[in-house]
Ligand binder design. Structure first.
Ligand code: P5A
Length: 464
């Protein structure tokens, strides 16, 4: 993309309404614009990041054997009356009436809708296990929407629902989600720690929240510092292997890590030596639940078991805050000049800065590099505007692309360009060929098309 043809409305001033870095930077980098309280338009740069996060979520869900679909944003109130949540949900639920005076609502979550789909089409244990998911907009009329996309009223969520014959099978689905979530967040450059939490309006007391540690996080958390040494890495887990998934859950939940809802000071002191006790803040980027037959029983979602008996299915639901993640990643990865995108989610792979726009040699070199970068399957953002170098660098730093190539007449005379790493600031003078080879190498595990990550043994389909 050429910057002269793009829509990147960066702000010079720091917006006064934004209290935390991610909100400030998303506004300044022209990623979002508030439409009304807690509701945002995603401008082109923000939309690219949102889509990248969504793509990683889909790839990891499909890898775990979960099946993508799409449910609507508007739901009938009648389904929610069946589960008893229509009254319980309170003022957070946005209720609307259609022209026929039918009660509708903008879905805050989809347990009822998916249970209705299940009961309409599945009747036998032979169709289990089944996990369906979608990525869709939700609405919760939060009392205090704030921090930009972090606590929105309209927000984008991946929500998945498992249906199993027995509690043990549903616990395996729970463990499978935990494993796939660890992998998902790490691909986004984040460490998200599973912590014992509360079920809240979703239900059940068997639940973990995934938290990214950050001073600006809304949740108060307590944990054993050893937990921050754990990495999922590039393990190739067979998601059908119950023991393998259970072992990951055991490893990642053995140490004390709880949100303030479940924190117990006595247990904390008994189990964690003082030097390792931490109290901090975190951003909740996901939550997984096992709630048994809470919805299947009242809504009649049953199957016939192998013994011929009809039983309600065991269920859980599993959410990832896709739009919140954009903010969470920025909270975890920025400096005083701007955003520092992890390679896995960056909106463009490399910024190309022409120090002397209009100089025949510099323009030609940039055009050539642009083509070569595209040839590698990567996306450049080429600042081809007639602006001072300082202004171009400031925009690139604000926007936060992990790599920048700088091209100027002086370097070209010596056959070199500059390759700069946004995270460290380190700059190397290299031949264009060497710079391109380096980009290809750093992006190979994150490549949008030619990713070389090991794929699970189960059949893997692209989701689009
Ligand atoms: C699990 C999927 C659920 O709703 N039902 C379907 C379950 N869980 S949850 O924890 O309530 O939400 C899942 C994730 O969504 C994000 N989230 C939000 N993001 C932005 N603004 C909000 N107001 C908001 N509320 C929830 C969180 O990341 C949460 O973990």
């Amino acid at each position: 993309m050429r910057l002269s043809r793009y829509f990147l409305p960066v702000l010079k001033e720091t917006p006064s309404e934004a209290q935390i870095a991610s909100h400030r930077l998303m506004l300044r980098a022209g990623m979002i614009k508030q439409a009304s309280a807690g509701i945002y338009s995603w401008l082109p740069l923000g939309y690219k990041v949102l889509r990248n996060i969504e793509r990683i979520v889909h790839e990891e869900q499909v890898r775990a054997g979960h099946i993508p679909m799409l449910m609507p944003t508007l739901q009938s109130a009648d389904l929610w009356r069946e589960s008893g949540r229509y009254e319980d949900y309170g003022a957070e639920m946005l209720r609307v009436t259609d022209r026929h005076e039918r009660d509708m609502l903008y879905g805050p979550t989809n347990e009822e809708l998916i249970t209705d789909i299940f009961r309409s089409h599945v009747g036998s244990y032979k169709d289990l296990p089944l996990t369906l998911y979608h990525v869709q907009w939700k609405f919760r009329d939060e009392v205090r929407p704030r921090f930009g996309v972090m606590r929105g009223r309209e927000f984008y969520m991946k929500d998945g629902y498992n249906f199993d014959l027995t509690e043990a099978a549903a616990k395996h689905a729970y463990n499978r989600h935990l494993v796939s979530y660890l992998r998902t967040y790490e691909r986004m450059g984040l460490q998200a720690i599973p912590m014992k939490a509360e079920g809240g309006p979703i239900g059940g007391d068997y639940t973990h929240e995934f938290l990214v540690l950050a001073d600006t996080g809304e949740s108060e958390v307590y944990y054993d510092s050893e937990i921050t040494d754990l990495r999922f890495g590039d393990r190739d887990i067979d998601y059908d292997d119950e023991n393998a998934c259970q072992a990951v859950l055991d490893e990642f939940t053995a140490r004390y890590a709880r949100t303030d809802d479940t924190h117990d000071e006595t247990v904390f002191h008994d189990r964690v030596p003082e030097a390792r006790r931490r109290r901090a803040r975190g951003i909740e980027v996901g939550q997984i639940f096992y709630f048994g037959t809470k919805y299947s029983e009242p809504m009649g979602a049953t199957v016939q078991g192998p013994d011929g008996k009809t039983v309600p299915v065991h269920m859980g639901s599993h959410g990832i805050g896709v739009s919140r993640l954009v903010g969470a990643i920025i909270e975890a990865s920025h400096d005083d000049k701007g955003i520092v995108w992890p390679e896995g989610v960056t909106p463009f792979h490399v910024g190309l800065v022409n120090l002397k726009q209009g100089d025949a040699e510099a323009d030609k070199a940039c055009d050539g590099l642009y083509r070569d970068i595209v040839e590698l399957g990567l996306e450049p953002l080429y600042d081809d505007r007639d602006e001072r170098a300082g202004g171009k660098f400031a925009t690139m730093d604000l926007v936060g692309l992990p790599w920048r190539i700088t091209v100027g007449p002086r370097g070209l005379r010596n056959g070199v360009i500059e390759l700069t790493c946004r995270r460290t600031g380190a700059t190397e003078e290299l031949s264009p060929e060497k710079a391109l080879a380096k980009l290809a190498a750093v992006y190979s595990p994150h490549h949008p098309v030619k990713r070389v990550e090991p794929m699970a043994k189960r059949s893997f389909h692209t989701w689009l």
